[in-house]
Design a protein around this ligand. Structure first.
Ligand code: CTP
Length: 415
């Protein structure tokens, strides 16, 4: 494959050298296009020696070959690592003020960007808006890793490891541009209609306050993306997820229904489930909601204790789906987020929940102490309605998603 490796000017530019070596070792031809500031971190001779190709960052070098168009046109894959806040901004606005940004405009192949910057810069609404724009256009922008940054600060903003960038980039090139990870080797869900709920529901206390939970929606999103990559028609019921998070799925042709409360989620899931082969309840659904929601903000009265918020139970959407079977033969899948306690282990609680809820498959995962919520990796044990273990998976949320779909396809085909 002909890979164009864009490098923009951040301290992580040195890791682009390792990425370049990895891609070359895997037999790919790599042409490096650094920005002028990237060359202040790593010299052109390093890139030239390791790629065996000339390195320029200006459109005015080697003009007779019209490089700013030719490089983009000739590439099978463009990887930008690191992608700085400035590069993301220039790419999002379609600037063409150096060879890399011009090349990005000319490229029609999959484009993968691996951002790296300080946490504040990554979280700034301007950067987030640029990332959302790029993702909506089909650019695969990886999430930065969390960890130690240049100084003593830590947080999201680290360049993902070169191995991870290479893996994601080659997978995107091999199949689905816009996918978050592994494209399936076979479209074993082609012709299947699946519904996935993701995120966490919110129950209004008054017009400004709500009861919510810590679900990031990442596992549900990975499930929806994996199903899409495996050929399914996907409806994602997204409980309080950012538009940017669901943009790749929309771009990949999935239907996304945004909801807020459990009642809305229940209605959306049941409507979509009427003609679905599989329903996966990955959303963290609020078990309780305030009995009453006043139309006006509850005011605090100095010196007076606040009125207690009376809670009532929400319907159990998963248990209802398992009971009602809105379509014959429908496979109903749930998740069980458990911490384990003195009355039982994570798996014991999960098995009891499987029997109680009656879902065909229940993915039991341990949460708390940094596990599960918000993390990029997950570990689940899949049990059937009787509580028997049928599969296990550990790895990225995408890997867990694929393992779960493997288990679902077995149920669908009656194995
Ligand atoms: N679930 C649901 N409706 C609810 C609560 C949960 O559909 N009102 C679904 C979730 O989407 C998940 C599964 O049920 O697939 C288990 O969620 P979990 O929060 O682990 O279970 P709970 O039923 O809330 O049990 P508990 O809080 O007692 O552990």
């Amino acid at each position: 494959m002909r890979i164009l490796l864009g490098v923009s000017g951040g301290i992580a530019a040195y890791k682009a050298v390792l990425l370049l070596r990895l891609l070359r070792e895997q037999g790919h031809a790599v042409r490096v296009v650094p920005t002028a500031s990237a060359l202040r971190f790593v010299g052109a001779p390093t890139f030239e020696a390791l790629s065996g190709e000339p390195v320029t960052s200006e459109v005015f070098d080697d003009v007779e070959h019209v490089q700013h168009v030719a490089l983009g046109q000739g590439a099978d894959l463009v990887v930008v690592a690191p992608a700085t806040a400035d590069l993301l901004s220039r790419a999002a606005t379609g600037r063409a003020d150096d060879l890399l940004t011009s090349t990005l405009l000319a490229a029609r192949c999959p484009v993968v960007m691996a951002p790296a910057m300080h946490t504040e810069m990554w979280q700034h609404p301007a950067t987030q808006a640029n990332v959302a724009t790029l993702r909506e256009r089909g650019v695969h922008v990886m999430d930065p890793a969390s960890g130690r940054l240049t100084g003593t600060d830590t947080g999201p903003g680290r360049l993902p490891e070169p191995e991870e960038i290479a893996r994601v980039a080659l997978e995107v090139a091999a199949g689905s541009a816009g996918s978050t990870a592994t494209p399936a080797a076979v479209a074993d869900l082609a012709g299947r209609r699946v519904v996935v709920s993701a995120g966490g529901t919110r129950e209004a206390i008054d017009p400004v306050r709500f009861i919510g939970n810590r679900s990031s929606g990442k596992q549900g999103l990975a499930l929806a993306q994996a199903a899409r990559d495996r050929g399914a028609d996907v409806v994602l019921v997204a409980a309080n997820l950012e538009r940017a998070a669901t943009a790749p799925l929309r771009a990949a042709g999935a239907e996304v229904v945004d909801v807020e409360s459990t009642a809305q989620l229940r209605d959306a899931v049941r409507a979509a489930a009427a003609d679905a082969d599989v329903v996966v309840m990955a959303a963290a659904v609020a078990d309780f909601r305030p009995a009453r929601t006043p139309g006006a903000k509850i005011k605090k009265v100095p010196g007076q204790a606040p009125a207690p918020v009376e809670l009532v139970e929400n319907p159990d959407v998963l248990a209802e789906l398992a009971r009602d079977r809105l379509r014959p033969g429908q496979v109903v899948v749930g998740f069980a987020a458990e911490t384990g306690d003195e009355t039982g282990s994570v798996l014991e609680h999960g098995r009891a929940k499987a029997r109680r809820k009656g879902a065909d498959l229940l993915a039991v995962n341990a949460v708390g102490a940094g596990r599960g919520f918000g993390a990029d990796t997950n570990e689940v044990t899949v049990v059937d309605a009787a509580g028997d273990v049928v599969a296990g998976a550990r790895g990225t949320k995408r890997e867990v998603a694929d393992a779960l779909w493997d288990a679902v396809t077995k149920v669908l085909s009656g194995i």
